[in-house]
Design a protein around this ligand. Structure first.
Ligand SMILES: NC(=O)C1=CN([C@@H]2O[C@H](COP(=O)(O)OP(=O)(O)OC[C@H]3O[C@@H](n4cnc5c(N)ncnc54)[C@H](O)[C@@H]3O)[C@@H](O)[C@H]2O)C=CC1
Ligand SMILES: O=P(O)(O)OC[C@H]1O[C@](O)(CO)[C@@H](O)[C@@H]1O
Length: 385
């Protein structure tokens, strides 16, 4: 069984590639990083180590790679795959869609077997977004044919994998915890389960719980940590004021999740505490600039800050910690993050009020907008003093 995985980065190698290889797949990575591709082709194996006291490690075998810049190779790999997964970043899905569409056409010509294409990105409806991008490259007739035997089930993936600085460029150090949840209601009947994956009939509670707890809390630690001059999440979380605010924001999203999905309150508190412990894992060094990266994406209306804030407001709650987090995200002015710089340019050219609306879609007359402005001014003063 061949799995074609787009993105041989941290999650690609450290999580999805590992799980698929252990489940018995030959894993073919498609990546645009030439040296990474060459090394994977040459070695056909790499090491994943766990960030805990035991440092257990796994040799991931039966892997190879193709260069994602070679459209024909990508299409051929798509045509031959038994499973396709991605971990490239949700904004990159549009760039891999053309190659996938070409490969699906080839599959149709060859009468290939049914196929699942699963986007393992931090986003709501990632596979559905990929499907839309792929279908934009296909005629209506081909879309209808593809729909008959190709499915794009949405998924939630959770494992903290920081930027790697290992001597061996293929090695990945990952936290021990992982969770990969796939929506089986969107799958082709009779599908073969992947060992290590949790299948559910309704993904929304899982993806929202994960995105609004792990990802919301983590980015708050990053934005507040950055503002206070800390380099890593571990340093930021050692600061009691930041750790308390991270917990409070998770409690705020937790209140929404409890109301929306009827989760058990004690279990959810336990979930939050486990996540806080994952953030402070002393065996990881996770930079605030990685965890806060791409603030435009993180401030968008369907993502980890605005979506739970608007849901909280609709439920009659005041999402003051989420508003504070959005204000902190606007102050994340990391020089080598193009999205952070774009926000700073807009703050300068458009002013605060319009910039908030531009990125969050929250209008100036919305009470959350005023909360963000207040927190922004407060944070600005705090940094200046
Ligand atoms: N790192 C983490 O802890 C987690 C990340 N995620 C999600 O996983 C996704 C990947 O994140 P990371 O692995 O951290 O990023 P990464 O930057 O380590 O890996 C992304 C890889 O995609 C490759 N890539 C870029 N354009 C490509 C293209 N057109 N074709 C093929 N490959 C291409 C890059 O060269 C890179 O190797 C993101 O959506 C992220 O939100 C989800 C859970 C945890
Ligand atoms: O890739 P993104 O969306 O910027 O965020 C990375 C996030 O994913 C995680 O790695 C775990 O899901 C967290 O470490 C971090 O909050």
């Amino acid at each position: 069984m061949k799995a074609l995985h787009f993105g041989a980065g941290n999650i690609g190698r450290g999580f999805i590639g590992l799980v698929l290889s252990q489940a018995g797949y030959e894993v073919i990575f498609s990546d645009v990083n030439d040296s990474l591709v060459e090394l994977l082709q040459k070695r056909q194996t790499y090491k994943v180590s766990l960030a805990d006291a035991d440092h257990a490690s796994f040799n991931v075998t039966n892997v190879t790679a193709i260069n994602g810049k070679n459209g024909n190779d990508v299409a051929e790999a798509v045509a031959q795959a038994d499973l396709i997964t991605t971990a490239v970043g949700v904004n990159i899905l549009q760039h891999i869609a053309g190659g996938i569409a070409k490969g699906l056409e080839l599959r149709l010509e060859r009468g290939a077997a049914p196929l699942h294409i699963i986007a393992c990105e931090n986003a709501i409806g990632g596979s559905t977004q990929l499907k839309d991008h792929v279908f934009s490259h296909l005629s209506e007739e081909l879309q209808a044919k593809v729909s008959r035997n190709v499915a794009f089930p949405d998924a939630a993936v959770d494992r903290i994998v920081p930027i790697q600085n290992n001597e061996d460029p293929l090695e990945v150090i990952v936290e021990p915890f992982y969770e990969w949840v796939i929506d089986e209601s969107q799958m082709i009947p009779g599908f073969q389960r992947i060992e290590g994956v949790h299948y559910v009939n309704k993904l929304e509670p899982y993806i929202e719980r994960k995105l609004f707890t792990v990802n919301t809390g983590h980015c708050v630690a990053a934005y507040l940590g950055y503002l206070q001059g800390f380099n890593t999440i571990q340093e930021a979380m050692a600061n009691k004021e930041i750790a308390d605010l991270v917990q409070q924001v998770m409690e705020e999203t937790g209140a929404v999740l409890l109301r929306k999905y009827g989760f058990d309150a004690a279990e959810h508190t336990n979930y939050i505490h486990k996540i806080l412990n994952r953030f402070i894992n002393p065996y990881l060094t996770d930079e605030v600039t990685r965890v806060g990266r791409s603030p435009i994406r993180k401030l968008s209306s369907n993502d980890r800050l605005v979506r739970p804030a608007l849901q909280a407001y609709e439920l009659g709650m005041t999402p003051k910690h989420l508003a504070m987090a959005m204000a902190a995200a606007l102050r994340f002015d990391v020089a080598d993050d193009p999205e952070a710089l774009q926000i700073q340019t807009d703050l300068h050219d458009l002013g605060l009020a319009q910039t908030i609306t531009k990125y969050t879609t929250i209008r100036e007359d919305h009470p959350i907008h005023a909360e963000i402005v207040n927190h922004y001014e407060r944070l600005k003063k705090a940094v200046q003093s």
